[in-house]
Structure formats: C-alpha cells, structure tokens
Design a protein around this ligand. Structure first.
Ligand code: FE2
Ligand code: FE2
Length: 241
C-alpha cells in the first residue's frame, strides 16, 4: 500500500474491506486535482473507472500491487468521459476476461465505442462479485451526462459516487471523516460541471436511502462516517437552491 509510482505520485489505499482507492495527482490543472479509480478486489474483481488514456500504466501498476490485472472481470464506469472510461480498450486487452459494465443508457448510446459490448445493469439491479455485491443506480444528468449512474458495494456500504463531492487540490488524505460538502461546493462554484437537471432531489433520494458509510469520490478524498445518507441529502439541498 502507498505510493506505486514515485514520478507521478500515484498511490493506492484500502478505504473499505478489499476496496482500494488508486489516486494520481494532476498539478497542471489550476489548484490541482486528483483522479481516482476504485478496485473492488472481490472474488470477481471489479474496477470502477479506468482513468484517462495517459494514466493507463499508472493504473495498471497500482492494480498489480493488489491483484493480477488479468483477473479483472468487470470494468465499470459512471458515464462516458475520458477519465471514467478513456482507457477501456487498453485495459480490455490486458484483462481479456473483463467486460465493460454500465447502465442501460450507457450501453445503448456508447456501448459500440468499446471493443467489447458492455454488460448493462438496470436501475436497482444487483450483480454478485462472489465476496462482494454491487447495485446500480441510474442518475441521469447528476452531475452530468444522460448515461450517468453509480454503483453501491453493499457488503461494505461503499457508494462509488464518481463526480459527486469533487474536491480540488492534490494534498488531500486518501480517506477522511471530516466534512467534504463545503470543499466540494466551493469547487463547484469555480467550475460549473453540474447539469441543470431539475430532478436532483428525486435522483439523490435512492442514494441517500442506501445510507452509504463510505463515499468513494473520483476526485479528492474518499469519505467515511455513519451519516452518508444525510450528506447526500445535504448535497441535494445545496444543488437545488
Ligand atoms: Fe464526469
Ligand atoms: Fe470525473
């Protein structure tokens, strides 16, 4: 655990049982930003987000510190963007048994972009990984992209929450119990990456009801605490003001 590439500063940390946050700082972005991928090292291992194409070697190195990359079974993503799934085809070549995993909309509108057709999950559908189990939530346009959705790992109560709670900066701890709403809202005020969906509250409600105890953020620290549901509701309130 720890640094897996000294030059890039890529590191890997276990943030819940057998769930690992891979994080690379990007200092060229004003204020700095981390790009995180999450490895669920289950019996059938799943990677949530590939990182952009130029990070493929860094992500591969980090995965290799926990499992054989060839053992990956699922490469999941929230929505179609470079940092979410940019190196999908490269990873599919390294992990020939893996399949892309996303929601029904993602498979319908972007599935053809990959060398292998995605396995599509419906809203609320679960997928067993043996030792772990994930459930898909559709969240169209929250924070952006029609195909947007998230996975909840139900054994550990970890919500792989993608771009929600994006925090700027590169010197953040891998895991925090401190408030992340204020810093993520400050970041949103600088970069308006949210769509203007009017359905924020109804889309957020099922995520809040799942009451995750770990929020696996794609940019910034992961968060851990007993009131993940409350935090998600507070974000919905802030977005819907
Ligand atoms: Fe995004
Ligand atoms: Fe992102």
């Amino acid at each position: 655990m720890g640094i897996t590439n000294t030059q890039a500063g890529t590191r890997i940390d276990e943030i819940a049982e057998r769930i690992y946050r891979i994080s690379t700082p990007v200092r060229e972005i004003p204020g700095g930003l981390t790009f995180n991928q999450y490895l669920v090292a289950a019996d059938q291992p799943l990677l949530f987000h590939t990182g952009p194409r130029k990070m493929i070697t860094l992500v591969e190195q980090a995965i290799s510190s926990v499992i054989d990359v060839k053992d990956l079974q699922f490469i999941a993503f929230s929505h179609y963007e470079c940092d979410e799934c940019g190196s999908m085809d490269q990873l599919l070549r390294i992990a020939p048994n893996a399949v892309p995993l996303c929601g029904q909309v993602g498979a319908m509108v972007n599935g053809e972009c990959f060398d292998k057709s995605p396995h599509a999950l419906s809203h609320g559908e679960t997928l067993s990984l043996g030792s772990h189990r994930v459930r898909w939530f559709d969240t169209p346009h929250l924070p952006h992209a029609w195909d947007c959705g998230y996975l909840m790992e139900e054994k550990t109560g970890t919500l792989l929450c993608g771009d929600l709670f994006t925090q700027g900066g590169v010197d953040l701890p891998p895991l925090t119990s401190s408030d992340i709403l204020e810093s993520s809202e400050a970041f949103r005020m600088q970069i308006d990456y949210y769509s203007q969906t009017k359905n924020v509250r109804s889309l957020m409600a099922p995520l809040a009801a799942a009451n995750p105890t770990t929020l696996a953020c794609m940019h910034g620290s992961a968060w851990q605490g007993s009131s993940g549901g409350k935090l998600l509701s507070a974000l919905a309130e802030s977005l819907d003001r």
